[in-house]
Design a protein around this ligand. Structure first.
Ligand code: ADP
Length: 420
């Protein structure tokens, strides 16, 4: 008798501007899964599209009703957040529908930097000292009582948005005001909570993992060879495998596992940032999602499996061939936005592509649109990918390729004047 293969039905939660969705859709095709995409859309902008649910993730009851109705009509095998925005909704919807995923409390802690810091402190996970503050506080008084250097940061943004270092009271007041203005724009006018943390000096790494029944399986450890000393913390180069001594890598794995346990994550992707100094690894941040931007292109597992396929296979309960990264050293450079303005042109791409080791260059910022650098911005100019015999060669290729690129960015006002 022929066996019937049940095709998994996956719901992917994402945002309209996500860099990550195409890679997940390609992976779903590779495992022959049926996919429905739920896009976080304010009700006013929601237009029905085939195969898409347009839902407002912040309206939890309505979002859960929409997902419940989809499940009743076409039963779901799993619900997966593609980016940070869907982490909590995925956990709530899975709990409501009896699908396995992380507990909603764990998902909430993975999304809220204050909750996360409290859980780390309680579990003894090395993590910066912190203090919860609010934008309506008397900043001049507050500035006299926080430690220096410190970092101010929002509770729920990502990609280093709104994260600012301050070395003295004047810088602290300016940073807190700047963060308040950003939060007014992003979350609506009002009083906003934010964190002030002790600044942890050191070398930074990013750990990419998959959590299975509470156990962290390390997929890749990336070094971030550019110093990240502030005042803003733009990501640039990631290179794997790490060049850190094995004993330090073991300590990084242990701190990450302890951090995931402290937050209560049991399943799914894990992306963690840690800083290493003479006192060992410090957990800066942990998220229940995979690496951002287009960076996952640097990773392949087993024979030739992309990261997103591992994540979908785990969620759908399908076998995973291997969690071992394949290939030599690999790396990516997220090209930072050097200044605000309108991107008018990019030159040098062809020359950069000829640099040995360069695999591809993807300029993702559209021409003639405004660019916003950190700490307010949330995008990159693009990505450079490289591979090579060892991490040092990969890093050198990325730097050489970046040096070839010339971006013409004109001030927004100048352009408007010329257009008139
Ligand atoms: P996001 O989730 O927006 O990426 P993070 O908390 O991870 O925010 O901070 C972004 C970056 O800012 C980190 O990768 C790190 O380089 C830097 N950073 C954040 N907090 C600290 C801290 N307490 N000490 C030193 N650097 C920090």
């Amino acid at each position: 008798m022929p066996t019937t293969v049940i095709r998994p039905h996956l719901l992917l939660l994402t945002t309209p501007s996500s860099y990550r969705l195409p890679a997940f859709l390609a992976a779903a095709e590779r495992i022959n899964a049926q996919v429905t995409v739920a896009e976080d859309t304010p009700p006013a902008l929601a237009r029905p599209l085939p195969g898409r649910l347009m839902i407002d993730f912040s309206d939890r009851p309505a979002a859960l009703r929409a997902i419940g109705a989809l499940h009743a009509d076409q039963p779901l095998t799993a619900i997966l957040p593609v980016d940070d925005s869907g982490v909590e909704l995925a956990a709530l919807a899975c709990a409501a529908l009896g699908l396995p995923f992380n507990r909603p409390e764990a998902a909430a802690a993975a999304r809220d930097k204050h909750l996360m810091r409290q859980l780390f402190a309680r579990a003894g996970v090395p993590s910066p000292a912190f203090r919860l503050c609010a934008t309506d506080a008397d900043l001049a008084t507050l500035a006299q009582t926080v430690p220096y250097p410190c970092v101010v940061k929002p509770l729920r943004l990502n990609g280093s948005r709104g994260v600012i270092r301050a070395d003295n009271p004047d810088q602290f007041i300016a940073a807190a005001r700047r963060l308040a203005a950003l939060l007014d724009r992003v979350e609506g006018m009002g009083t906003h909570e934010f964190l002030v943390e002790e600044f942890i000096p050191g070398f930074e790494v990013a750990l990419e993992g998959l959590i299975d029944r509470g156990q962290v399986q390390v997929l890749a450890l990336f070094d971030k060879p550019d110093p990240l000393d502030g005042p803003f913390f733009e990501e640039t180069i990631y290179v794997t495998p790490s060049r850190l001594p094995e004993a330090i890598q073991t300590a990084i794995r242990e701190v990450t596992a302890a951090a995931a346990r402290a937050v209560g994550l049991e399943q799914g992707p894990l992306h963690a940032e840690l800083r290493i100094n003479e006192r060992g690894p410090w957990m800066i941040e942990l998220a229940n999602r995979s690496i951002g931007g287009l960076c996952s292109r640097t990773l392949r597992f087993g024979t030739d499996t992309p990261l997103e396929e591992l994540i979908l296979r785990q969620a759908a309960g399908l076998p995973i061939e291997s969690l071992s990264r394949s290939g030599n050293a690999g790396g990516v450079m997220m090209i930072p936005i050097p200044q605000a303005g309108i991107l008018r042109g990019v030159e040098g791409i062809e020359e950069a592509r000829t640099i040995p080791g360069i695999e591809s260059i993807d300029i993702t910022a559209p021409l003639n649109y405004p660019l916003t650098p950190l700490p307010e911005g949330d995008s990159y100019l693009g990505f450079i990918f490289a591979c090579g015999p060892d991490p040092a060669t990969v890093e050198a290729s990325l730097r050489a390729a970046h040096a070839q690129l010339r971006f013409t960015i004109v001030p927004a006002i100048e352009l408007t004047a010329r257009q008139r």
